[in-house]
Design a protein around this ligand. Structure first.
Ligand SMILES: Nc1ncnc2c1ncn2[C@@H]1O[C@H](COP(=O)(O)OP(=O)(O)OP(=O)(O)O)[C@@H](O)[C@H]1O
Ligand SMILES: O=C(O)c1ccc[n+]([C@@H]2O[C@H](COP(=O)([O-])O)[C@@H](O)[C@H]2O)c1
Length: 202
């Protein structure tokens, strides 16, 4: 079980993949590995959320989601964490502010799928997030077009880096974001829960 604070040194580039992970699946791993490669990240931390503020249904218990995520995230550069539970945060803007204070000199990059870019403008202090950390956004089946047309993409269209500049994203001053087209994974927690393959699912 991942407890304790992960280590990071000043100068390192750390990707943050926040999620419900209810349960974790190959899609999470696919974007994590792509982020490490494209953005030259030293590590990716999975932030297992105590509960997405926009999702009405509560997730399976934290300990269960963490244990399952650790089975999926078998990679030396990937760390599953309960950081948000420790910090007592579930809003990303607050989490990022607290992490930056706790890890001075570390370059954090927020990672998410295209479906989350579509609704980013509904998150608490969403502009502060975009203006604080660079963001890597990953194509997801069905959401590519909506992501491009999203409010966040339109407001920050001038801050978008082309794919060939992705390796500089972590060191770029915010706002900066990059949309990554990759062989898309159709995996989703919703589908796994619907199949009845996740005991925490409802
Ligand atoms: N197949 C995928 N391709 C791209 N991004 C993904 C994929 N699956 C999850 N993500 C991204 O990973 C992050 C965490 O996802 P989350 O834990 O909510 O899984 P999910 O499959 O989207 O769950 P649910 O179906 O319950 O909404 C989100 O930013 C999400 O967009
Ligand atoms: O900060 C917010 O207002 C906010 C609203 C919705 C989602 N988020 C974060 O987005 C991440 C992805 O959530 P999910 O449930 O789609 O995996 C996770 O870290 C959530 O805490 C954050």
């Amino acid at each position: 079980m991942s407890t304790g604070w992960p280590q990071a040194r000043a100068g390192q580039a750390i990707g943050l993949l926040g999620g419900s992970f209810d349960p974790a699946h190959e899609g999470h791993m696919a974007i994590t590995l792509e982020a490490i490669r494209r953005f030259r990240l030293d590590r990716v931390w999975w932030l297992v959320s105590p509960g997405n503020p926009l999702k009405p249904r509560g997730p399976a218990p934290m300990a269960q989601r963490i244990a399952q995520a650790e089975q999926v995230a078998q990679h030396p550069k990937v760390r599953v964490t309960d950081i948000e539970a420790r910090l007592g945060t579930r809003y990303t803007a607050q989490t990022i502010a607290r992490l930056r204070a706790r890890y001075p000199g570390v370059d954090f990059v927020w990672l998410m799928g295209a479906d989350n870019l579509v609704q980013l403008h509904r998150w608490q202090d969403w502009r502060r997030i975009v203006e604080t950390v660079p963001m890597g956004v990953f194509a997801r089946p069905g959401d590519r077009l909506a992501a491009r047309l999203s409010q966040a993409a339109r407001v920050y269209r001038g801050a978008r880096l082309p794919m060939h500049a992705a390796e500089g994203l972590a060191r770029a001053p915010a706002p900066a974001w990059c949309f990554v087209n990759l062989p898309m994974s159709a995996a989703s927690s919703t589908a796994i829960r619907a199949d009845g393959d996740w005991p925490g699912g409802g």
